[in-house]
Design a protein around this ligand. Structure first.
Ligand code: BGC
Length: 549
């Protein structure tokens, strides 16, 4: 396992050994079957917990080593038991898989790798029976180079070229790309077509950017939205939501300037249009923006009352293991979403970033911090996103170069994102750990050490990270149902953050290296992320919830 850490390491801190905790998380009585869970208010997404399914790596029903729709359907009861309200499923549409589905060739079908539309419908129906909403991933910034539109463009159709960003090159014979933009995955953001023109791609060369100035593109995406809404999906995760519009002049990017095509004002018109489409449907349909913005204020522009319902709060994910950093993100986020009368979201990990246990230092310390951070996040008002495998305390895996698949690794020599995408360990003592039927490694090899981290193993252990997540989600439902969004930051020692939510909850996290005194507002313990040996004291790398005095 990798030990890359971006958090403040507290030298000399020794965390408890995994599996050796001699304390008990109070597990609330599970009076609730999934169908009878307490509603957390309306609309449903305002305070929901959404579980991200990375489709290739969640569960494989047909034994080809790659996750699929039927695999998701089979594991839905696990998610109901975990206590999540919704799932976001990464792209499963027809795709040559150069960026694992974020290169879509047909937005209205399921790739045979993952099943059929009928399999999707069956999975959706089962999710709804279990009271789990389903969010699908929409990729509007670019298509696959195998999309029929792009194939027509390459074949020379002028109308089809207008749907993408084709330009003549510069210099002798137009052999230099039209500007100096770089792809996010490394290398130039332009590839030359056979006839000598260049096309823009902010990601891989197999992901040509669409030209959103062309009204045909907007009309097509409205129709795609309706296709999935008609099938019954509850919402969309909007990929690269801060992209879409390319500034008309395609001017060179100046040193130190942010990428000119991010966060253009025109993109908000798209979301106003989609807001109206979502409103036409019953059932509180929603969309969440993947918008990497400079500040919480910029993020909040995507969730004005006539735009999208949510935006991922990457400022929380980006914060170091530091109470001051957490406090800043909490106060700035709540202020920013308050201005537009929206609710916050919180996220620590996803399929594009190093898993948070590893970011926080890895090993027992990283795990303790990861549990503390998630308990803090789930105590905050708004909606939380959890990434598959974090409920097992999984760490980033160091994937050998010969197994790497991520285009970011190949194009840019970046470490790449394969390490957070290794398939889930469900059961057993050898790969594929119940990920699919049969023996042998799945599409990315699983570490042998995951034997102790399978769902099956952790279900037997009341102190496991899985038991902790289940307890927290069930308790959150009981404690926070119907309470307001107001947060009061409490005065506590440096290195700690504590806040109160009305009469319902006091939460405190200790990111420092010393024991910290609890605030006077902290009454009876509800639950904690690690052992609390001394009354009135919160140890380092620990968070806890209390009833307010
Ligand atoms: C997705 C990535 C993907 C990229 C291009 C991102 O934001 O989350 O996984 O590579 O968009 O579609």
């Amino acid at each position: 396992m990798s030990r890359r850490a971006t958090g403040d390491k507290d030298p000399g801190l020794t965390g408890p050994a995994r599996g050796a905790w001699d304390w008990i998380v109070p597990i609330p009585s599970r009076t609730s079957s999934p169908a009878r869970r307490t509603p957390l208010g309306s609309p449903w997404w305002r305070h929901s917990v959404c579980y991200q399914i990375y489709v290739r790596s969640f569960a494989d029903a047909n034994g080809d080593g790659i996750g699929d729709m039927a695999g998701i359907e089979q594991r839905l009861p696990y998610l109901a038991e975990l206590g999540v309200d919704s799932v976001w499923i990464t792209p499963f549409y027809t795709s040559p898989q150069h960026d694992h589905g974020y290169d879509v060739a047909d937005y209205r079908d399921v790739d045979p790798l993952f099943g059929t539309l009928a399999d999707f419908d069956a999975m959706l129906g089962r999710a709804h029976e279990l009271d789990i909403r389903v969010i699908v991933d929409l990729v509007p910034n670019h298509t696959s180079s195998e999309h029929p539109w792009f194939q027509d463009a390459l074949a020379g159709s002028p109308e089809a070229r207008e749907r993408y960003v084709f330009r003549d090159g510069r210099g002798r014979d137009g052999a230099t790309p039209p500007n100096n933009w770089r792809s996010i995955f490394g290398g130039p953001a332009w590839t030359r077509a056979e006839d000598g023109q260049w096309y823009l791609h902010m990601f891989d060369g197999t992901q040509p950017d669409l030209n959103w100035w062309n009204p045909e593109v907007g009309d097509e995406f409205e129709s795609i939205l309706r296709f999935w809404l008609d099938r019954g999906v509850d919402g969309f995760r909007i990929d690269v939501a801060h992209g879409l519009y390319t500034p008309g002049d395609l001017a060179d990017k100046r040193r130190g300037e942010k990428m000119p095509m991010w966060d253009q004002p025109e993109v908000h018109e798209v979301y106003r249009r989609w807001h109206k489409v979502l409103e036409e449907y019953d059932g509180e349909r929603m969309a969440v923006a993947e918008a990497w913005t400079d500040s919480p204020e910029a993020m909040a522009r995507y969730i004005r009352s006539d735009e999208l319902q949510q935006a991922f709060n990457f400022h929380w994910l980006g914060a170091r293991w530091s109470a001051a950093a957490f406090r800043d993100v909490v106060t700035e986020t709540l202020a920013a979403v308050g201005l537009v009368d929206a609710t916050a979201t919180w996220v620590l990990s996803n399929h594009d970033v190093v898993r948070h246990v590893t970011r926080y230092g890895g090993g027992p310390v990283g795990l303790a911090r990861g549990r503390a951070a998630v308990l803090t996040m789930l105590g905050l008002p708004g909606s939380s996103y959890i990434y598959q495998g974090e409920e097992l305390g999984l760490e980033e895996v160091e994937v050998e170069p010969e197994h790497r698949q991520d285009p970011a690794f190949f194009r840019g020599g970046q470490v790449g994102r394969d390490g957070c995408r290794v398939p889930m360990p469900w059961s057993g003592s050898a790969p594929p750990f119940g990920f699919g039927p049969g023996d042998g490694q799945p599409w990315l090899p699983q570490p042998r050490a995951w034997e102790d981290l399978t769902v099956e193993a952790q279900e037997q252990d009341a102190d496991s990270t899985l038991s902790f997540y289940r307890a927290v989600l069930a308790t959150r439902r009981e404690v926070t149902a119907g309470i307001g969004d107001e947060v009061t930051i409490l005065r506590t020692a440096p290195g700690t953050l504590a806040f109160r939510r009305g009469e319902a909850l006091v939460c405190m996290v200790n990111c420092g290296s010393r024991n910290a005194k609890l605030p006077s507002e902290a009454g009876e313990l509800i639950l904690s992320s690690g052992p609390l040996a001394t009354p009135g004291i919160l140890p380092p790398d620990t968070a806890a919830w209390f009833r307010p005095v």
